[in-house]
Write a protein that binds this ligand. Structure first.
Ligand code: SF4
Ligand code: SF4
Ligand code: SF4
Length: 245
């Protein structure tokens, strides 16, 4: 029986999610026995006409991105958005908080007319996305879970509860009580609350939960001494396309 054909593509991103895969070390050889990797710019030159699973890293931010993602979608049976940039716009989304001309001028200066640019969109705003792997960078165990599930024809587990739930299950001391900021109450779980577990605050990299109560979160953060402006700014770092000013 032929192995599923798997491909990886990058759009506007730092490529950190793809690098995370090359760091799979112990699992990489076992993975190669289960799938045929047919396109992966960071590791090979080959191209293919069909993909059973296409993993997409990065946001859509230029007209050529739109053309390219449609071509990939037409050739892919299953399309998975990989990492915060692809799933919810991630840090790239902050571009949309500023006037487009100002952003171009800041980034490209007098060469700004050479670089066609448009507001940032997550992949799912342009083509159908079948599954999402969240985080900045995406978590390697979650990537392996999704890939194994898809190979076995199962639906991967989707998380839509708050990071606080995982944090409480780990019996962590809440960093808010230590005077730190935290976006755990409004951020999607699935990372095992890794940041609070190691004494850091959650910056919201996995995106907001469904039906997020933005005002409630801001009020809660105000009660812990943070201003509305600061709360909004931090919430928008990974979620500018979902959290309005
Ligand atoms: S999600 Fe984070 S690590 Fe992944 S490509 Fe975007 S910025 Fe880089
Ligand atoms: S540290 Fe953050 S994630 Fe953990 S319980 Fe407190 S607010 Fe929630
Ligand atoms: S705790 Fe928050 S910032 Fe840290 S990995 Fe999880 S979602 Fe991302």
């Amino acid at each position: 029986m032929s192995k599923p054909k798997v491909a990886f593509f990058d759009f506007t991103s730092c490529e950190g999610c793809q690098l995370n895969k090359l760091n799979l070390e112990n699992d990489l050889l076992a993975l190669l026995e289960l799938v045929d990797i047919v396109e992966f710019r960071e590791a090979m030159d080959d191209k293919a006409d069909y993909y059973d699973i296409a993993f997409i890293e990065g946001s859509i931010s230029t007209p050529s991105c739109i053309e390219r993602i449609h071509k990939i979608r037409r050739k892919a049976k299953i399309l998975v958005a990989l990492g915060a940039c692809a799933v919810q716009g991630g840090v790239n989304g902050m571009k949309n908080l500023h006037p487009a001309d100002w952003v171009k001028e800041e980034v490209y200066g007098e060469d700004k007319y050479l670089f066609p640019s448009m507001p940032v969109q997550p992949v799912g705003a342009v083509v159908k996305v079948d599954y999402e792997i969240r985080g900045c960078p995406m978590s390697t165990p979650e990537f392996l879970h999704v890939l194994k599930s898809l190979i076995l024809g199962r639906k991967p587990e989707i998380f839509d509860h708050a990071v606080c739930v995982e944090c409480k299950l780990k019996e962590n001391e809440c960093v808010l009580d230590k005077g730190m900021f935290c976006l755990g109450p409004v951020t999607r779980a699935g990372c095992d609350a890794i940041c609070p577990t190691f004494g850091q605050y959650c910056t919201g990299c996995r995106g907001v939960i469904s039906n997020v109560n933005e005002k409630g979160a801001i009020n809660m953060l105000k009660q812990h001494g943070f201003s509305t402006k600061e709360a909004l700014k931090k919430m928008q770092m990974f979620n500018a396309l979902e959290i309005e000013n």
